[in-house]
Design a protein around this ligand. Structure first.
Ligand code: MF3
Ligand code: CO
Length: 256
């Protein structure tokens, strides 16, 4: 499928979708406590999403059974919320959520520490976030998609981390996953030319050890192969004539 260019009308809807998703993440981030189950997070997340009149896009997506992907420690992404999985002080937890507002998707992920976490874990979370910001320096009209991929990969590798290769970022719009796929590793080709109106979900997944991952028997949960800690950070962005616009970050106060 070709990469879709969104109209001004569509971008308005995606902005609102992103603004709501940012609010969902902010509320969930503040609620995290040791002793909570990962299912508690999912329940709360679904309730917040619906309170904004939105639909949780992950629920039933290819059979995924929850609204929020909750991935703890060595879990990379797509952890399935469970009442038996209790967060403990020192854990790191990645929350990935998506909403649909008037037919338009937004997608974002954050990784948090529960209580006090190790210096190493703090650094992993920080560098994963930085990878996103290194990547979006290249998310400009006239650049190529894999310029973003290279910048993400180099930043993670500079710190000796493994960047997950089995899962990628993606275009987003009236569907959760649109073309193009956005690798977080260096490519030999340049990739498609970036143009204003493209909407992308850029999402580095970074392991403290090897980049290799495996799937648990639930067929969803992705874990690092060496069981090292893993972090995830994602925002939905729009390519413009200038700097990219972040739809799921830093947009709440600027609107009424
Ligand atoms: N945020 C994930 C992604 O970008 C989507 C989760 S897949 C689901 O691909 F099945 F859990 F919804
Ligand atoms: Co995504």
């Amino acid at each position: 499928m070709p990469i879709t260019i969104k109209s001004a009308r569509e971008l308005k809807l995606m902005e609102e979708s992103g603004r709501i998703l940012e609010a969902v993440h902010d509320e969930l981030g503040k609620a995290l406590r040791p002793g909570m189950s990962t299912l508690d997070i999912d329940r709360m997340g679904e309730e917040i999403i619906r309170s904004y009149g939105c639909i949780p896009s992950f629920l039933n997506y290819n059979g995924y059974p929850a609204s929020i992907c909750v991935s703890v420690n060595e879990e990379v992404v797509h952890g399935i919320p469970s009442k038996k999985r209790i967060l403990r002080e020192g854990d790191i937890v990645s929350l990935d959520a998506g909403v649909i507002y008037k037919g338009y998707h937004s997608d974002a992920a954050r990784t948090y520490g529960i209580g006090e976490i190790s210096k190493e874990a703090e650094q992993l979370i920080r560098v994963t976030r930085e990878c996103f910001f290194e990547g979006i320096k290249y998310a400009k009209s006239g650049n190529h998609l894999f310029d973003i991929s290279r910048a993400v990969a180099r930043h993670a590798e500079k710190h000796g981390y493994g960047v997950v290769r089995d899962l990628c970022g993606h275009g987003i719009g009236t569907k959760l996953h649109e073309d193009p796929q956005i690798p977080n590793y260096e490519m030999e080709r340049k990739g498609p030319l970036l143009k204003p109106g493209m909407t992308l979900a850029i999402e580095p997944m970074v392991n403290m050890g090897t980049w290799e991952v495996e799937w648990l028997d639930d067929d969803w949960t992705v874990v690092s192969k060496d069981h090292s800690l893993s972090a995830h950070y994602e925002n939905t962005v729009v390519i413009t004539d200038g700097d990219p616009k972040l739809l799921t970050l830093g947009v709440r106060q600027s609107k009424g």
